[in-house]
Design a protein around this ligand. Structure first.
Ligand SMILES: C[S@@+](CC[C@H](N)C(=O)[O-])C[C@H]1O[C@@H](n2cnc3c(N)ncnc32)[C@H](O)[C@@H]1O
Length: 190
């Protein structure tokens, strides 16, 4: 398998994915890790983002979920569930309203038919956004979500602006230029 510079760097540092460098750029620019304790990683497999959070904040309690399994990570409580079913996981449900950071790198399976893909992406993003708002600490919680530049992006951004005090958009250097992926950041402020 061909690894680009980000892939090589991830391998060298023991990270499971090059996606960690996208998250790293966003949290550094926004100081999203400040005072961070409970973290929810949605669509976590193979586990790069969860590893990164644990490397950066030793005392972080990371809860991760995915429809795929991951190899265990010290300090990360993993649940093999769909985001749609998060409320049925008692261990996470009981922490509603206490998360400092909710991160989502979710991506639905693509069909190649843009009208269907755009609607599926929006639907999954919308479910994730609603979960984030319910699970975050409303005084200082931060939400970071991967989405895609398409006809539904404006709608998602507008909804986030109605829910969070600060909304920003990022295209990190580690995200391939030819990829439509983009990251939205939303934060509650006291
Ligand atoms: C790009 S990967 C995440 C990479 C991860 N951030 C990392 O750094 O290792 C996206 C993940 O979203 C998961 N996913 C897609 N739809 C999902 C759903 N409805 N519920 C939970 N996970 C889902 C996929 O199984 C996939 O593992």
């Amino acid at each position: 398998m061909h690894l680009d510079n980000w892939g090589l760097k991830a391998k060298k540092l023991g990270y499971r994915s090059r996606a960690v460098f996208k998250l790293e750029e966003i949290v550094e620019k926004t100081k999203a890790l400040k005072g961070c304790k409970n973290v929810l990683d949605i669509g976590a497999a193979p586990g790069g983002w969860s590893q990164f959070i644990r490397h950066r904040i030793k005392e972080a309690n990371v809860y991760a979920l995915d429809i795929l399994d991951i190899d265990p990570i010290d300090g990360v409580k993993f649940h093999k569930i769909r985001i749609e079913d998060i409320d049925s996981t008692k261990e996470i449900f009981e922490l509603k309203g206490t998360f400092h950071l909710v991160i989502s790198d979710l991506a639905p399976n693509l069909t190649g038919i843009s009208v269907i893909d755009e609607s599926n992406i929006y639907e999954l993003n919308d479910i994730t956004l609603n979960v984030a708002v319910e699970y975050l600490d409303k005084s200082k919680g931060v939400f970071i979500i991967k989405t895609f530049q398409n006809s539904m992006l404006k709608k998602l951004k507008t909804k986030m602006k109605g829910l969070f005090d600060d909304v920003q958009i990022f295209k990190p250097a580690a995200s391939k230029k030819q990829s439509a992926e983009i990251y939205l950041y939303g934060a509650f402020k006291e």
